[in-house]
Design a protein around this ligand. Structure first.
Ligand code: PXL
Length: 284
């Protein structure tokens, strides 16, 4: 069986980070180990008064134990990280567990809609930029890409701009950057992947839904990780991730008022399993 370790927080209520990554990657038939970086009572996107227990100091001990056990992973996938100190420790984990034949996937989960998430600063962004340089794939949205590159966030842009951003992201040191939430008009939204080794761009779009649903970045990154580990080609990696993410948004909309804090991804897991079995997911 393929084996992934995902390193991110556990938000006890709210459906993001580990409570999404674990079920989603498992549903794709992949063994999923976890390193929780912090325990929060809820995520920080719309709730007030959340608790935060930092688990940074546990990470080196977990890594040391796993070294003794000689554990090996097909991919290391990181999401939301709580502090710049934590990013440094995760970077050491990459040095210990990264190998020629495994994948490092970094979702620099730190910002959306032009703004950093609560509690993040420029120092954090700098450290995250360094972490991205060690990854095989990074999966920022347009806001995160702007922060990583130190440029202003743009709401409206064209294909040439998106491709320039992807080239510049590759310049940070990651050979295959992926941009999420890409849209060139109000009709379609999706993702773009840049294979810098072959200088080739891949796109996948679905009809645009003009609604932000919390945790969908984590869903995209989890599915993308699963698809990469299963050896799907670049077009299918983004195709499956876009399709499942949009399915999750669509299924949430009818009861969004009660479920404003996260998508009803559970209702579409059957479809994800079908996408994984499918031969092609081209929908560009
Ligand atoms: O979905 C990203 C995320 C993960 N974890 C926590 C968050 C967020 C986004 O707000 O608050 C704790």
């Amino acid at each position: 069986m393929k084996k992934v370790v995902t390193i991110q927080d556990i938000s006890c209520f709210g459906k993001c980070s580990l409570t999404v990554a674990l079920p989603v990657i498992s549903a794709m038939g992949i063994e999923t180990a976890v390193i929780p970086t912090a325990v929060l009572s809820t995520h920080t996107g719309g709730f007030q008064g959340w608790t935060f227990r930092d688990l940074t100091n546990d990470i080196p001990d977990i890594a040391a134990h796993w070294k003794k056990l000689d554990l090996k992973f097909d991919a290391i996938y990181t999401g939301y990280l709580g502090s710049k100190e934590q990013i440094k420790i995760v970077s050491d984990f990459f040095d210990d567990f990264g190998r020629e034949d495994n994948l490092i996937i970094v979702d620099p989960a730190m910002a959306d809609n032009g703004k950093l998430y609560a509690g993040f600063t420029d120092d954090f962004v700098q450290e995250m930029t360094k972490l991205c340089s060690k990854a095989d794939f990074i999966i920022p949205n347009m806001t995160e890409a702007a922060f990583l590159l130190g440029i202003p966030y743009k709401e409206d842009y064209d294909r040439a701009y998106a491709e320039d951003i992807l080239r510049r992201l590759a310049g940070l040191g990651c050979k295959t950057p992926v941009l999420t939430g890409v849209h060139f008009d109000s009709e379609k939204q999706g993702a773009a992947l840049y294979d810098s080794v072959n200088d080739k761009f891949y796109y996948s779009f679905r009809n645009n839904i003009d609604k932000t649903v919390h945790g969908t970045g984590d869903i995209f990154a989890s599915v993308f990780t699963g698809a990469a580990v299963l050896g799907k080609n670049y077009q299918d990696m983004i195709g499956i991730a876009v399709n499942y993410t949009v399915d999750c948004i669509e299924v949430t909309l009818p009861h969004f008022d009660e479920s404003w804090y996260g998508s009803s991804f559970e209702l579409c897991l059957g479809k994800l399993i079908e996408y994984v079995k499918g031969d092609t997911n081209e929908n560009a």
